[in-house]
Write a protein that binds this ligand. Structure first.
Ligand code: PEP
Length: 240
């Protein structure tokens, strides 16, 4: 099972102390072999966090990258090669918070290809808005996002899909279990090779319901991942 922490634009150097709890927990965790923990902090923390988590078995990822594979005159941007250089092994691409500020499926595709070329694994986010859900367009939207996002990518073994309904992110609302099962099943049937995660308001209470959806391969966790105790609780409750 994957547990990916998306810290979004939160955290400074002092936040790294909170990882001690998670490192200690993971050291003695009986399900360690089948558990993958990945922290995606803001870019400013990738290097110090990678150093801190070295030999802990916990990986570090980035939250986004620029689409240009090479260095260039792109003020304020960071490309996948630079992320890899400071210790990132993964990168989240296509998060709805970036899609909503203009990131298109075409740009996402270029970003994914550049990240794979740089040797990063990709956490590819897809999901419908509330409006699209109400119009019963969810499957159609997911199909377009997957088709365009993964265009011209033959080898998909380093891609994990995170299904994150936009209306579930940060809202405290999660999809009904039967609906979520059907959507994950739909994505899996179309794309046999993928690991599929769920993301959107996962917390230490609703994890009991979410974990019962056996075809989910893990969770992308925003708000609840910033508190180590809550994050550990989610991991523990997933297994019992
Ligand atoms: C996210 O932003 O990827 C996310 C899942 O956020 P939250 O858990 O806070 O809904």
């Amino acid at each position: 099972m994957y547990f990916i922490a998306n810290w979004k634009m939160f955290g400074g150097l002092n936040s790294l102390n909170s990882l001690n709890k998670v490192v200690n927990f993971f050291k003695g965790f009986k399900e360690k072999k089948t558990t993958k923990i990945i922290y995606c902090p803001p870019s400013t923390l990738i290097l110090p966090m990678s150093k801190k988590l070295k030999s802990s078995g916990i990986d570090v990822g980035a939250q986004n990258c620029h689409q240009n594979e090479n260095y260039g005159a792109f003020t304020g941007s960071i490309n996948s090669k630079m992320l890899k250089n400071v210790g990132a092994k993964y990168v989240i691409i296509g998060h709805s918070e970036n899609r909503s500020s203009g990131e298109t499926n075409e740009i996402i595709n270029i970003k994914i290809r550049s990240a794979l070329k740089s040797g990063l694994k990709v956490i590819f986010c897809i999901g419908e808005t509330l409006k699209e859900k109400r119009k019963k367009n969810t499957k159609q939207i997911l199909n377009i996002q997957i088709k365009k996002g993964l265009d011209k990518i033959k080898n998909k073994k380093n891609i994990i899909i995170a299904y994150e309904p936009v209306w579930a992110i940060g809202s405290g609302i999660i999809p009904k279990s039967n609906e979520l099962f059907k959507i994950i099943e739909f994505i899996k049937k179309k794309n046999k090779v993928f690991k599929i995660l769920y993301g959107g308001s996962v917390n230490s209470k609703n994890i009991r319901d979410l974990k019962s959806i056996s075809i989910i391969d893990g969770f992308l966790i925003g708000g609840s991942s910033q508190d180590s105790k809550k994050f550990i609780d989610i991991i523990k409750k997933t297994y019992n």
